[in-house]
Write a protein that binds this ligand. Structure first.
Ligand SMILES: Cc1cc2nc3c(=O)[nH]c(=O)nc-3n(C[C@H](O)[C@H](O)[C@H](O)COP(=O)(O)OP(=O)(O)OC[C@H]3O[C@@H](n4cnc5c(N)ncnc54)[C@H](O)[C@@H]3O)c2cc1C
Length: 433
């Protein structure tokens, strides 16, 4: 049986960073990754005539951990095109305005949310800092906007904007998660929008994941699906689907929350971790790329969450055509590669566009994620975050789902990997390792 100081489960950003940190300090580390590639919920692939991101894309200098990695590996970012017009749907009709007019429409609700976020999350990287969060944590973003003095259009549009941010219906999207997003962007929602959709890695997220992996002596085993982690006095025995067994003194598990129950932990995981897994994340949507005929003026579209697509944005031109990126809140109702369905949903904004092809990955059906970007439901922050971050014997948990700051983002995955590696190293050193 192969023996390591640390087994890391998962080669997304959390796992790659945790493994690098430990390997660079001389520990024997192996990363077990179920898929045949690294990167997890980021995946740069050739589709529709160019390199596209199937998962995580946008990064920003306001996100400290990912920006530090971008500096470390001397990578570059480029700007996404700025929309010249905004098409938004309210009261069953499509409207067109300038970006400034659209921002004016959503600012009454967004300004209030941003101000409240500064009050409820005064230290954004300590999300549980206030002891009375249970006063608001039961609310969804839909509840919150329903309680504000807004016009029907302001309420419908702003609720739709947040459903897009959650990649899930607004009624199951936790208010505190929305506030955490605003708070890490210094309580400024315009800055939040820039940080979450303004800049992407020029050479793709694959370049960053590859750079981290290449900087590490950690052994990487692709196609290794971990099925069980059994702990004993010396650490743990990790078993994979092909029957391999490895021993380790510490284990770092980076599984997305919605698949945490796919590993048989012995002793069993505590009830609080399993409860969070059973409730599932608020995110349940899709991301799809759409190739339309001809070059079109950059625009952004927003729609309420009863539409199959809630957001669309012009991203690239390729060989005289345009590539749009779009998101919807229910992958169960629209598959990202359903050309007819996507074309139908796009027509809610524009009847004039001819769809030539669509491409996307169904993260909700993917056995190794079953979620897109992790977003909390009402109540999950106060009920589960602390418990999800707790170690379970020699097993430590990392991943964007359990991050403290930019939770849900690549940045949060990296932050959590740094924390888990430090805790594992302390434990190894405490045991004389
Ligand atoms: C469509 C989409 C769009 C997004 N957009 C953005 C964005 O623009 N900006 C941003 O910052 N973030 C974005 N995100 C979120 C971001 O990509 C994730 O939060 C982040 O990549 C998660 O990293 P992670 O390491 O925590 O988890 P993951 O990347 O999910 O890594 C976990 C790894 O564990 C592996 N695994 C699962 N089960 C097993 C098993 N049993 N055995 C072994 N390995 C296993 C998985 O295959 C995976 O590689 C997006 C995500 C999606 C899906």
């Amino acid at each position: 049986m192969d023996s390591y100081d640390v087994v890391v489960i998962g080669a997304g950003f959390a796992g790659l960073v945790a493994a690098r940190e430990l390997a660079l300090r001389g520990h024997a580390v192996v990363v077990l990754e179920a898929r045949d590639r690294i990167g997890g919920r980021t995946w740069t692939d050739e589709r529709l005539g160019r390199r596209l991101e199937m998962g995580g894309t946008w990064v920003h200098w306001l996100q400290p951990h990912v920006w530090s990695e971008i500096t470390r590996y001397d990578l570059r970012v480029e700007a996404s095109p700025v929309a010249r017009t905004i098409r938004w749907i309210a009261d069953g009709r499509a409207h067109e305005t300038s970006p400034a007019e659209f921002n004016a429409l959503i600012s009454p609700a967004m300004d209030r949310l941003a101000a409240d976020s500064r009050s409820w999350f005064p230290l954004p990287h300590e999300p549980l800092h206030r002891a009375d969060l249970d006063r608001i944590d039961h609310l969804s973003v839909a509840d919150y906007f329903a309680g504000l003095d807004l016009t029907p259009a302001e309420r419908e549009v702003t609720t739709g904007v947040w459903a897009e941010h959650f990649n899930g219906p607004a009624a199951v999207s936790g208010l505190t998660q929305a506030m955490r997003w605003c708070a890490v962007a210094s309580g400024n929602w315009q800055l939040l929008h820039q940080a979450t959709s303004g800049h992407r890695l020029t050479d793709g997220t694959a370049a960053l994941a590859g750079a981290i992996a290449a900087d590490s002596d950690a052994e990487l085993r692709l196609g290794s699906v971990v099925t069980s982690v059994a702990q004993d006095a010396g650490g743990a025995t990790v078993t994979t689907a092909d029957g391999s067994r490895l021993t380790a003194r510490q284990v770092i598990c980076t599984l997305p929350l919605n698949v945490l129950d796919t590993i048989d932990f012995r002793p069993a995981l505590p009830a609080a971790k399993l409860a969070a897994n059973a409730e599932r994340t608020a995110s349940q949507g899709l991301k799809t790329w759409i190739r339309v005929r001809g070059e079109i003026t950059p625009f952004t579209g927003y729609a309420p969450d009863d539409h199959d697509l809630t957001f669309v944005h012009t991203e690239y031109t390729v060989d005289g055509d345009t590539l749009l990126v779009a998101f919807g809140t229910r992958a169960a109702d629209l598959a990202p590669d359903d050309v007819e369905g996507v074309a139908r949903a796009l027509r809610a904004w524009r009847e004039d566009l001819e769809v030539l092809g669509v491409a996307g990955h169904d993260w909700m059906s993917d056995a190794f994620s079953r979620e897109t970007w992790p977003m909390q439901r009402p109540g999950q922050l106060t009920a589960h975050l602390a418990a999800l971050q707790e170690p379970h014997g020699a097993v430590r948990f990392a991943g964007s789902d359990v991050a403290t700051g930019w939770a849900g983002f690549i940045d949060g995955a990296i932050e959590s990997g740094l924390r888990a590696s430090r805790a594992a190293r302390s434990a190894l050193r405490g045991a004389g390792g």
